[in-house]
Design a binder for this molecule. Sequence first.
Ligand SMILES: Cc1cc2nc3c(=O)[nH]c(=O)nc-3n(C[C@H](O)[C@H](O)[C@H](O)COP(=O)(O)O)c2cc1C
Ligand code: SF4
Length: 427
Amino acid sequence: MSKLKTLITEGAGSIRPTEVEDYMNVGGYNGLKKAVTMTPEEIIGEVKKSQLLGRGGAAYPAGKKWEHLLHIDIFPKYIVCNADEGEPGTFKDKLLMGKLPLRVIEGITIAGYVFGAKAGYIYVRGEYRKIQRVLKEAIMHAKGAGFLGKNILGRGFDFDIHVISGAGAYVCGENSALLNSTEGKVGRPRIKPPHLAEVGLFLQPTLVNNVESFASIPAIVEGGGSTYCEYGTPDSGGTKLVCLSGHVNNRSTYEVPLGLTLRELIYDPELGNGIPNGKRLKFFHLGGQSGPIGGPDQLDTPYTYKGLSSNGLSVGSGAVVVMNEDVSILEYLKGVTEFFLHESCGKCVPCREGNKQIYKILCRLATPGAPEPDDLNMLRRLVDTMISASFCGLGQSAAVALNTAWKIFKDEFEINAKPQALGHAAA
Ligand SMILES: Cc1cc2nc3c(=O)[nH]c(=O)nc-3n(C[C@H](O)[C@H](O)[C@H](O)COP(=O)(O)O)c2cc1C
Ligand code: SF4
């Protein structure tokens, strides 16, 4: 039996993306048609039953987020789709928006109906110019067919969606920075609380969800939350789009049920199909640059939110970057740190300075004769400080890869370090 599913990718590549008629031929708009016959509470009940965890990286329960917003009695409310997709190794939202934009639009429209919102925004990664055009065309066609705009499906419900081009910074994917950027301000994170459900876009109550989260909503409403949940495991409901890249034979995006093992994802002939040229796996990096690194010993971990977290790993954005035996972990981590160094917005010291110092130490550790006596201790302290004291998720997660790789490849960190440094680090 095939390991691939098409619960939310049905029609991807086989229909004309922006044509409503084509979309309806693969079940499109059945979710919205059903939603408008239900109460907001009933819809949220299904989202809760689905066990859908936010697909943008933080894995926050979607039902809980929706319920919180529903109970806030301030209007207008806004719906925002996070389509910044800045996490390296992640390209699943691009697939959804490029091949099935109407499914994303349908999910956002259902949210608009639930919260009585009049406007929704899709904040699309600046580099995705073509995708922005596809979305705008799909929105126009949805309006023409009565699924968007005034008096949707004759129910007296008005809702419109605007496409915003992202500012080109990774931090703009952080939900509060994204709202600042959407408002035309500098894309820097806000202090929380207040929660965005209370004080969000234009200081109004706001729902922010990822593209894949919204694209899952029509299936949840149409088939019911329990049915959706059954595709995955009881604590990690549904399917997940996984982006396989790096040293793997079949680099692509796959929709899979949550619960396959990492080994299946990387080695199954229908999925990653192993590592090119018969090389051995050295490590895999999950969820983008901000996610953890795992080694061959962890290959039998089930790819579920709980399974991964109990093994020190996480789903994150859904990226799975595979690296073979030829890759130096220190060189790899230098690349990761360079990314964060470039993307740090500079607002807080732990992230602004921490990335800089980590990069310098990694360069020394990778060069025979260069490490200074206290480098390993200093690295440890910098990692701890950044994780605990950075202002936003970027700084808090910038050293996660390093922190997890350290445990697996201690020898490589220590190979060039001076003997006294080893003594300090062990203490
Ligand atoms: C630095 C940083 C970058 C982020 N980038 C993205 C992104 O590109 N796309 C995304 O959906 N979420 C991103 N997030 C997570 C969002 O802040 C937020 O959790 C998400 O949009 C909520 O949607 P979800 O609950 O559906 O996952 C980022 C978070 C941080 C800290
Ligand atoms: S952790 Fe601090 S410096 Fe880094 S991106 Fe967030 S606010 Fe900016």
